[in-house]
Design a protein around this ligand. Structure first.
Ligand SMILES: N[C@@H](CCC(=O)N[C@@H](CS)C(=O)NCC(=O)O)C(=O)O
Length: 194
């Protein structure tokens, strides 16, 4: 099994934490700069993004689809709640994915030479990050239980925003507490980029 990723990719890290939690060995293939366009970097995914999973003959695109595939094929008990169906949990997942995607837009725009300051399109991305985090703070009870896929997702988002300087000037005490707690888990620490 191979996972195309980058060490800092927050979307890839969700999958890597799940792999650690499930005790599944994987060969990590570093795609390098995700702003590049060579399909081979991305396992020939037409989306030109990581993560991409190669599982035998199967190629799987998108972090949550990869995670669902891993659980369906290897963890019928779904111990980390990847296949959950409750609306609050699914909405929180959508909001976290949206915040992470908005951050990717800002990072890759800057990396490819665009000045994002004062541009309405990128101001909207910053607004999505701030509004998404504030919304998630109001849903913090979702992260309060035993560590699960939703809380893995949170810690990936949280640490990435801090690392890249896109964390908005907001006090989010409950999310901060949950992210710190989950961040201490060995399976989470094992996936933290140097
Ligand atoms: N919806 C995708 C998003 C993946 C994504 O945006 N990955 C970033 C790296 S964290 C990427 O490869 N971006 C390249 C690009 O947008 O051109 C998923 O959940 O896997």
């Amino acid at each position: 099994m191979q996972l195309y990723h980058t060490p800092h990719s927050h979307f890839s890290r969700k999958v890597r934490i799940l792999l650690e939690g499930l005790g599944i060995a994987v060969e990590l293939v570093n795609a390098g700069d995700t702003a590049r366009q060579e399909p081979s970097r991305f396992g020939h995914s037409p989306l030109l993004r990581v993560p991409v999973l190669r599982d035998g003959e199967d190629w799987v695109f998108d972090s949550d689809v990869i995670s669902a595939h891993l659980v369906r094929t290897r963890d019928p008990a779904d111990r980390f709640g990847v296949l959950r169906h409750d609306l609050p949990g699914l909405n929180a997942r959508s909001v976290m994915n949206g915040v992470m995607a908005a951050e990717v837009e800002l990072i890759l725009a800057a990396r490819t030479g665009l000045d994002t300051r004062g541009q309405p399109r990128f101001d909207k991305a910053r607004q999505v990050i701030a509004a998404g985090l504030a919304w998630l703070e109001g849903q913090e009870a979702l992260f309060a239980g035993e560590p699960d896929y939703l809380s893995f997702h949170l810690v990936c988002l949280w640490e990435h925003l801090h690392r890249y300087g896109h964390f908005p000037p907001l006090a989010l005490p409950q999310l901060a507490r949950h992210a710190a707690r989950v961040g201490e888990l060995p399976i989470v620490a094992a996936t933290r980029a140097a």
